[in-house]
Design a protein. Structure first.
Length: 205
């Protein structure tokens, strides 16, 4: 087994929409109110890791479909960029979805979906591992598609003969339906007090 480094460099990889929906379900917040820099620093401090980079990934609605949320993300992503956060965003794609209501009738609505966000995030985790940019890949997502990335990181650790950890941090409370992190990672559960200490005081709406 490769020796564990004394100083462990960590890069945070944050799925913005996944993190928001987890915080909404766990704590009831109605918009993405996290400060990703503070959140990364808080988790890393608790684990004894040295944060070296924060990378943020999200889909953004078009100005024609949702002007308020388009403006919100433009403002928030701009602020993140000025603070040194790497930002990757793509426009949301829309399609009609139909659901069956309790009374038996159908309801059709327009739903925005992200395309390529999880793929870009996965590629970056693997690429920066190959270039030895981190010792710890810290994921803020519960997307199980990333479990394959965890397998790849373990294979990389063996091939490079070096210590690498992949961890997953996510909000959790008694109201959370999903209390699992990404399979094959170390889970770090964020209680409300820890999350609330990292709220962005600016309302970018």
């Amino acid at each position: 087994m490769a020796p564990e480094p004394r100083e462990k460099r960590a890069i945070a990889f944050i799925d913005g929409q996944n993190l928001f929906h987890a915080a909404k379900e766990a704590f009831g917040y109605s918009f993405p109110n996290y400060d990703v820099g503070r959140l990364t620093e808080s988790v890393c401090a608790g684990q004894g890791w040295q944060p070296t980079q924060v990378r943020f990934y999200t889909g953004v609605p078009s100005v024609q479909d949702k002007p308020l949320w388009h403006r919100f993300w433009q403002n928030k992503l701009g602020a993140m960029g000025r603070e040194g956060v790497y930002v990757f965003s793509r426009p949301l794609r829309y399609r009609n979805r139909t659901v069956r209501l309790p009374d038996g009738s159908d309801h059709t609505y327009l739903s925005g979906t992200e395309k390529g966000i999880d793929v870009r995030m996965a590629l970056d985790v693997i690429r920066l591992g190959h270039t030895v940019d981190y010792d710890v890949a810290l994921l803020f997502t519960q997307d199980q598609d990333l479990s394959e990335v965890a397998d790849e990181i373990r294979a990389m650790s063996r091939s490079q003969r070096r210590w690498i950890k992949i961890a997953c941090a996510f909000p959790v409370s008694p109201t959370s339906r999903n209390r699992r992190g990404v399979n094959g990672t170390d889970w770090i559960k964020l209680e409300r007090a820890a999350y609330d200490s990292c709220i962005d005081p600016r309302d970018h709406r």
